[in-house]
Write a protein that binds this ligand. Structure first.
Ligand SMILES: Nc1ncnc2c1ncn2[C@@H]1O[C@H](COP(=O)(O)OP(=O)(O)O)[C@@H](O)[C@H]1O
Ligand SMILES: [Mg+2]
Length: 328
């Protein structure tokens, strides 16, 4: 097997307010391989976005990586000087943000924003960059790319803006594309098109894609491998096939029960996991999911990594009889 292009090891991210430190992730670990789509899945507030932002050093003033390593091609991004990180950012690793407007400058035309990165990172002359920009916009499904080039972000619809942002994110042929809930705000048809676009990118350019979602349906559609996060920790990972057909962690099982299925009676209410992710999860000892766990065991002991074979692992109590939910 080839080496991973990105290895996140025991990542701990904390936010600071005065002297108070609040850890928001700990022990997050996963590997991303060239040409694969790895899905990071978990409910809102589990730490998916902060994990993604930390890879690019974008945690802001209050956030800091307080432990662990992020190896890109074997080089630790956590310890990389800002100037070198800037070269990696947007060039070798790029990101599609959850909040579209976040990554676009409202006062510059789409065309200028698209060509700027190519001129800077790929050293292209303006005409060459402009030609590639038009091609990229067309590839994302924008019908009149020349017109879109002249538009300001606010002049485009949400779907068009998202396509333009994808074009921007891939313009410099990144080796890793991080997409943080890239379709949450879009309607179903556009969602499908954007997902198809991400897959084509992986196929054609061998780009490694880290796709973040709260939607296990997206995981089933897209993922080669899956990392499940709960309350700032990884709780299960493995190939999509293995995790989706034989989930071991009660949290993964609960997420899967919360997916609507085609043969579901319309009057049936969709299962949702009772309760929510606790805000102060860093202060919990033992299993962080225990108060919501359908097993009803309220495991007080520290979970352990269970090796389920074929690279499939779950962070759970070993003594739960094969982890079956009591009520399901
Ligand atoms: N800038 C920030 N300052 C303080 N806390 C933050 C900040 N950003 C995120 N958090 C906290 O980190 C936790 C994880 O958030 P996030 O990564 O956005 O979750 P997800 O993307 O899985 O929904 C949440 O408790 C959130 O409130
Ligand atoms: Mg998020």
């Amino acid at each position: 097997m080839t080496d991973p292009i990105l290895e996140v090891r025991d990542l701990e991210i904390s936010f600071f307010s005065g002297k108070k430190r609040t850890p928001r992730t700990d022990g997050v670990r996963f590997s991303l391989y060239p040409g694969e789509i790895l899905c990071l899945v978990g409910e809102s507030g589990c730490g998916k976005s902060v994990t993604a932002l930390s890879i690019l050093g974008l945690l802001g003033d209050a956030g800091r990586i307080t432990g662990g390593e992020i190896l890109f091609d074997g080089q630790d991004l956590v310890r990389l000087p800002e100037k070198e990180l800037d070269r990696v950012r947007g060039n070798e690793i790029s990101m599609i943000f959850q909040d579209i407007m976040y990554s676009m400058n409202p006062v510059f035309r789409i065309g200028d924003q698209l060509t700027e990165g190519m001129r800077k990172h790929l050293h292209m002359a303006r005409p060459e960059a402009e030609q590639r920009a038009v091609e990229l916009l067309r590839k994302t499904g924008i019908r009149e790319p020349e017109k879109a080039m002249r538009a300001y972000p606010h002049q485009l619809s949400g779907g068009m803006r998202q396509r333009a942002m994808i074009a921007m994110a891939v313009a410099c042929r990144p080796r890793i594309l991080i997409a943080d809930e890239p379709t949450t705000a879009l309607d179903a048809t556009i969602q499908l098109q954007i997902m198809a676009l991400l897959r084509r990118l992986r196929d054609e350019e061998n780009t490694a894609v880290l796709l973040i979602t709260h939607d296990i349906g997206v995981v089933a559609e897209m993922a080669d491998r899956v990392v499940v996060m709960y309350a700032g920790q990884c709780v299960e990972d493995g190939t999509a096939e293995s995790v989706l057909t034989a989930p071991r962690h009660p949290y993964t099982r609960a997420l899967m029960r919360a997916v609507p299925t085609l043969n579901m009676d319309r009057s049936e209410r969709l299962y949702s996991i009772p309760g929510q992710v606790p805000e102060d999860y860093h202060a919990l000892s033992g299993c962080r999911f225990r108060d919501r766990c359908p097993n009803g065991q309220r495991c007080a002991g520290k979970p352990v990594w269970l090796d389920l074979g074929g690279g499939h692992r779950a962070y759970c109590a070993p003594d739960l009889a094969d982890g079956r939910d009591q009520d399901g």
